[in-house]
Design a protein. Structure first.
Length: 67
């Protein structure tokens, strides 16, 4: 497998735009960390941080701080 090939680019719909500036600071910081890990191709820590992002986002939704 060609490691230069970005596997996620095949499944990401680039036409969808998300304004992350309206998200809570904690979520924005996690997204920034995920972007760094993605560039480093550190999939182990990427997966761990992604789970953290998902859990925190769900918490904001449950507490009606995010919709």
């Amino acid at each position: 497998m060609n490691d230069k090939k970005d596997l996620f680019r095949e499944i990401i719909d680039e036409s969808i735009e998300v304004d992350v500036s309206i998200l809570p600071k904690a979520l924005r910081e996690l997204i920034e960390e995920l972007e760094v890990l993605h560039k480093k191709r550190d999939w182990f820590f990427y997966d761990l941080k992604f789970d953290e992002l998902e859990n925190r986002a769900k918490s904001y939704i449950i507490n009606r701080q995010l919709s």
